[in-house]
Design a protein around this ligand. Sequence first.
Ligand SMILES: *Cc1c(COP(=O)(O)O)cnc(C)c1O
Length: 388
Amino acid sequence: MSGLKALDQTYVARTYNRFPVEIVSGKGSTVYDPDGKRYIDMGSGIGVTSFGIADDAWQKAVTDQLAKVQHMSNLYYTEPCAKLAQMLCKRTGMKKVFFANSGAEANECAIKVARKYAAEKKGAEYFTIVTLENSFHGRTLTTLAATGQDHFHELFQPLTPGFVHAPANDLQACIRAAEENKAAAIMIECIQGEGGVRVLDKAFVQGVAQYAAENDLLLIVDEVQTGNGRTGEMYAYMNYGIQPDVVSTAKGLGGGLPLGAALLSEKVENVLGFGDHGSTFGGNPVCCAGAISIIERIDDALLAEVKAKSAYLFAELSGAPGVAFVTGMGLMVGIKTEKPAGEVLKKCMENGVLCLTAKDKVRLLPALNISWEELKEAVAIIKAACAA
Ligand SMILES: *Cc1c(COP(=O)(O)O)cnc(C)c1O
């Protein structure tokens, strides 16, 4: 490990402040370092390994496809891409899917759709997208501009123009921002993940959806972190009784391989035409085959399990010693701890539980199929770390 640390720090760009842990193997939500130290993984690669590490069904789907065709350009048809698109449309009522390789790229597609739709429908001056303060939409210069957190912006000016930020849960301010800026779209995360696992109010989200529908603005819901079963519904917007025009997703979709998607409703299914957008790797057959094995298992029984495990986490952690309050939905949980979140995370790591943080909270994003045994063991260690 000390050799690896030096190698990594010498040659890998220093954009990540890594924890002093190397993971070499695992199964499900249990992973191991080179010395055989065992950890329960409550982060699942930031909500990516939806069914855990080395999941049998996912591994088989991926390796079967890998043995057939690992890549063809998007100039040709491959089956996993078309089948996955059909599955996603059936689950959401959406009509078309554009595949990308990441969350930021899924959002880039959503933004391009909004710009083209509004330019054609209302005029070229309708290009602005309203996003929310404290949001996170990605690291490209455009999705950074969309991200409503100034500290991400400072070093990278000028960012892509055409984004304004409105306070979350303030419908009038959001509508005002849209009116004053000739907005093309409003883009939200139903739960601000990187922003500290903050759940948006139902009335606000429904109000935004209604305003967007009445004024022919597109409602884009960024489900990169909240999607694919994470909140106990297939997509988080389903908890709000709304129907977005565009949904972007990534993280948990591929189960561990890079895959993003922009889901397009009937209103915008044909906005992008031949040559308007593309991606060399987008819709890669191996990634899509893995994703099919994920999506086909996110059924009512699994979603009920997610909800039951969520209820258990909230019941155990709310009011526990050292815990101020708990936020989130499903298996996307934020714990406001009395001690700094980083300290709690460190204590958990020492005691064999890998957690995440988000702003001032400890954040949990375990695999959707984490076992009750692993969950209970992790909760005991997290509670002890909060109380210590
Ligand atoms: C992680 C995340 C992104 C960025 O995804 P990448 O795959 O890192 O580009 C965008 N939006 C939200 C809500 C996210 O959580």
